[in-house]
Design a protein around this ligand. Sequence first.
Ligand SMILES: *[C@@H]1O[C@H](CO)[C@@H](O)[C@H](O)[C@H]1NC(C)=O
Ligand SMILES: *[C@@H]1O[C@H](CO)[C@@H](O)[C@H](O)[C@H]1NC(C)=O
Ligand SMILES: *[C@@H]1O[C@H](CO)[C@@H](O)[C@H](O)[C@H]1NC(C)=O
Ligand SMILES: *[C@@H]1O[C@H](CO)[C@@H](O)[C@H](O)[C@H]1NC(C)=O
Ligand SMILES: *[C@@H]1O[C@H](CO)[C@@H](O)[C@H](O)[C@H]1NC(C)=O
Length: 411
Amino acid sequence: MCFLVLRVFLGFLLCAQCQCSECPLGCECFSVTRTVKCVSTDLLTVPEKIPGYSRNVIIKGNNIHQIGPHAFTELENVTNIILSNNRITEMASHSFSALLYLRFLDLSGNTLALIHPEALSIPGSPLQELNLSRSLQNYTALTDLTTALRWGGLGGLLHLDLSGNNLALLPPGMFSHLPNLQQLLLTNNSLVAVYSGTFSGMNHLQVLDLTHNDFRTFRDDALQEIEKLGNIRILLGDNPYTCSCEIREFVSWLNESRAQVDVEAVRCTSPSKLSGTQVRGLGIQAIGCVGPDQAEVADLSLQTSYVFLGLVLGFVGMVFLFVLYLNRKDMKKWIIDMRDACQDVLEGYHYRFEIDSDPRLGHIQAGNVGCRVQGHLGSAPSQELPNDTCILKVPADTQVKQVTASSTMLR
Ligand SMILES: *[C@@H]1O[C@H](CO)[C@@H](O)[C@H](O)[C@H]1NC(C)=O
Ligand SMILES: *[C@@H]1O[C@H](CO)[C@@H](O)[C@H](O)[C@H]1NC(C)=O
Ligand SMILES: *[C@@H]1O[C@H](CO)[C@@H](O)[C@H](O)[C@H]1NC(C)=O
Ligand SMILES: *[C@@H]1O[C@H](CO)[C@@H](O)[C@H](O)[C@H]1NC(C)=O
Ligand SMILES: *[C@@H]1O[C@H](CO)[C@@H](O)[C@H](O)[C@H]1NC(C)=O
């Protein structure tokens, strides 16, 4: 009887113990280090029964297609999760939001194509380090990630690794919701330019790694954007810098900037005569945008363009004169016609003014013209005045004299 009770009790204890140390199939669990490892075991999903004591969860080299919304629940003490090389393509909403102490998340080496806008959100923003190296499949994933970084409330994030993602451009303001980011790794991508706004909102950045991209130079707006980051460490080596005149602004920035740049590694790739030369310290003569020679060339081209303009204008003038010459008979006839017409008109005026100045005919004209003027002026107190006073502002005979003079001149 006693034995039986003891055996049941022992069995119960053993069972409880074995339940405590229960480890998911294909995984190794280390209660001392509070670590669970599931490495290269062809898992198709995140295993369900990860022990509650776990602090570190390492699930690598499996075939996990999707991180579902309830993949990690009841794991309140987990601080580090490594999910690299699992062929993950999809991350659902709030995939990690039960992990209130998650500080480190490694998603490198996956093929993420679909990232829910709230995939990365965790209450209290505990996440400090996010590794997304070689994990984005295409541009869609990048825009998804941009949204997720914006919506994720990742205010606590300090380190972000986006290396090896074939990124050709960064959406403006992509990092603007990561105000405490200290380290941004963008090495081994295909970036060709930095634009104003690319790094906006990051006020605590300490390291920016842009090595191993496709930068040929940095233009003025890019340099201003980088300069805004202050005297941080900026890695710019291993880019195919083209040391032609366009690199001048970059050279002078390197000459003067307060940022800590890996100048030793910033070297020309082309032209061949400068290949391997350090970019900092290059003279403008060496990169082929020299003052005097260029000025001379510009001057010469300006001169030739003036000569050309002169020739064209001269030609147009000659054509005009030639046309005039061809039409000289018509022109003469036209001038004579015009003169006759003018003469007729002026004679008409002459006749009218002669009539106007005739005192006997005055009242007729006054009735027709003068009082119209009066009506026009309105305010003139012309009631008492005789009718013909409202006709004239200029004495009639001077007008007549003038007209006569001009008509005699014409004749
Ligand atoms: C998490 O850690 C706390 C304190 O160490 C402990 O009390 C709690 O049981 C742990 N949670 C789980 C699920 O083991
Ligand atoms: C991110 O993961 C890659 C590949 O697993 C690794 O080489 C790299 O060092 C990690 N980045 C950081 C910042 O630890
Ligand atoms: C990115 O990949 C996903 C899944 O393979 C695909 O549905 C999407 O159309 C791709 N987007 C682009 C821009 O190629
Ligand atoms: C750069 O990234 C590609 C994948 O995009 C990878 O195959 C290559 O090994 C990486 N190179 C370095 C030096 O990290
Ligand atoms: C950079 O500095 C070097 C001397 O250190 C100078 O000769 C060169 O002209 C400068 N380049 C530019 C573009 O300012």
